[in-house]
Design a protein around this ligand. Structure first.
Ligand SMILES: Nc1ncnc2c1ncn2[C@@H]1O[C@H](COP(=O)(O)OP(=O)(O)O)[C@@H](O)[C@H]1O
Ligand SMILES: [Mg+2]
Length: 151
């Protein structure tokens, strides 16, 4: 089941990320999809709050990947600038995130190389500041209680 929510401002997008944190287990993989400026990093900042990370989240665009500690670790990656598969393999995303949550911006570009069980978070820009966020479960994610994400 796909769940879609409307977020009228950045605070609501962060709140959605915080709600998702409550559904996560160590080893979970989230792939964030959406144009530049859609709100992927903003969503991950809310997710980080929900996971008890007490540092600010900055965009990992230039450093590709960063791991934060919290109740569970959060590995935040952005593969937008990665140009080759080996560059992505060198990041060792799965190893870096084995005991926590992995959130990959532009991750749907590498979906075929990642484990089948993951959640796609697709953010679309609407009128003004409105964003609509679609949660698309893949594999075993279809049995997760995604309806709890509706505020
Ligand atoms: N509803 C909203 N949800 C998320 N971000 C929003 C929203 N409305 C405005 N914004 C702004 O849009 C920008 C999104 O930037 P960012 O999260 O870095 O996007 P991305 O990581 O997708 O490139 C931020 O400046 C944020 O404050
Ligand atoms: Mg970003």
């Amino acid at each position: 089941m796909t769940v879609q929510i409307e977020c009228p401002d950045a605070a609501e997008t962060m709140a959605a990320g915080r709600r998702l944190a409550g559904l996560l287990w160590a080893g979970d993989i989230l792939l964030l999809d959406g144009d530049l400026g859609a709100g992927k990093t903003t969503f991950v900042a809310g997710l980080a709050e929900g996971l008890g990370v007490d540092e600010p989240i900055t965009s990992p665009t230039f450093i590709l990947m960063r791991t934060y500690s919290g109740l569970m670790s959060l590995t935040h990656a952005d593969v937008y600038r990665a140009e080759t598969l080996s560059e992505i393999e060198d990041l060792d995303l799965l190893e870096a995130s084995a005991d926590g949550v992995l959130a990959v911006e532009w991750g749907t570009a590498i979906e075929q190389w990642l484990p089948a069980n993951h959640l796609v978070v697709r953010i679309r820009v609407g009128e003004g500041e409105t964003r609509s966020i679609e949660f698309l479960p893949r594999g075993s994610w279809s049995s997760r209680p995604l309806s709890e994400l509706q505020a």
